[in-house]
Ligand binder design. Structure first.
Ligand code: GLU
Length: 302
């Protein structure tokens, strides 16, 4: 049970773009165990801000699966789709401080720009000092400047030159939706999240998130990025790579596989143990230091 005195607040923030698969079970288990082993709270947030990518019913399905696996979260889940006013207020603050600016560029106009490590385009700065004559705003971007560093709890020291590796990034998209980077930072700050434990595919987003935290005057949480489960071709498990829904597997076996993936070395006898006993063992023995310090690990049967 969480101790109210513990300053630790963690969270799991699935996007409802499909059912929970092994990769998301790993992130859920890692964030849950890290929080509970330190007497912390563990919050749930449904990241349905990118509505075109959401599948109807997927969020409810994820919540049901988490409950069936024995996860217990604190309070009601937060839904990003209901938090537009909070994101709008944050954007207004960025605009008022001249940290965000309107951008008229289309995707096609940016097609030749340099590629960032996460595959997005690094903005060449066309609208940075004002919209070109005759053009109107499509999106809003934040100025990304300077070098920042953070000590990741699993991946070690990370250093990012924001201008070179991310560039000015979008906070309000051309389709009128708030960008993931802004939503996550506003939500984590409002919930008082102190520890973010999530998949290493988000390591390349962390610099932009810390940049936003600084511009908005929010504290920066501790970060720990867990290895991501991939298929044999090195692709992250997702609906697109046809990862099996974890719900189709017995929860105890899938949880033990997730613990083994996280380097926790569960004893073989637990294979026949009830789910609650597996959780008891996992919480008592959780070690972030035992998690492999690598960004991805291939799994045999996703
Ligand atoms: N919604 C993101 C995902 O499902 C996770 C975001 C986060 O943990 O910050 O990949």
């Amino acid at each position: 049970m969480p101790t109210p005195a513990s300053p630790y607040i963690g969270r799991f923030a699935p996007s409802p773009s499909g059912p929970l698969h092994f990769g998301s079970l790993v992130a859920a288990a890692g964030s849950f165990l890290d929080a509970r082993s330190q007497g912390g709270r563990w919050l749930l947030r449904i990241e349905d801000v990118d509505t075109p990518r959401c599948i109807p019913g997927a969020a409810e399905d994820i919540l049901r699966t988490l409950a069936r696996f024995g996860f217990e979260w604190d309070g009601e889940p937060v839904w990003q789709s209901r938090r537009h006013a909070a994101y709008a207020a944050a954007l207004t603050r960025l605009v008022d401080a001249a940290q965000a600016y309107p951008c008229a560029c289309t995707r096609r106009e940016l097609a030749d720009s340099a590629l960032a490590p996460d595959g997005s385009r690094i903005y060449p700065g066309t609208c940075r000092n004002g919209l070109p004559p005759g053009r109107s705003a499509r999106a809003w971007r934040v100025r990304a400047e300077g070098t920042l560093q953070f000590d990741d709890g699993v991946q070690g020291l990370q250093v990012e030159d924001l201008a070179r590796e991310a560039g000015d990034f979008i906070v309000l998209r051309a389709d009128g939706l708030y960008a993931y980077q802004l939503a996550v930072v506003v939500d984590d700050a409002e919930a008082g999240v102190t520890h973010v434990v999530r998949g290493a595919d988000l390591l390349t987003s962390t610099g932009r998130q810390i940049c936003l935290q600084r511009l908005l005057g929010y504290p920066t949480p501790h970060y720990a990025h867990l290895p991501v489960a991939t298929n044999a071709a090195g692709e992250k498990l997702s609906k697109q790579t046809l990862a099996r829904a974890v719900d189709a597997q017995p929860p105890g076996a899938a949880l033990l596989a997730a613990l083994a993936f996280l380097g926790q070395n569960p004893p073989a006898e637990l294979a026949r143990a009830p789910l609650a006993e597996i959780w008891r063992w996992a919480q008592a023995h959780w070690s972030l230091a035992a998690v492999p310090r690598t960004r991805q690990i291939a799994v045999a049967h996703p």
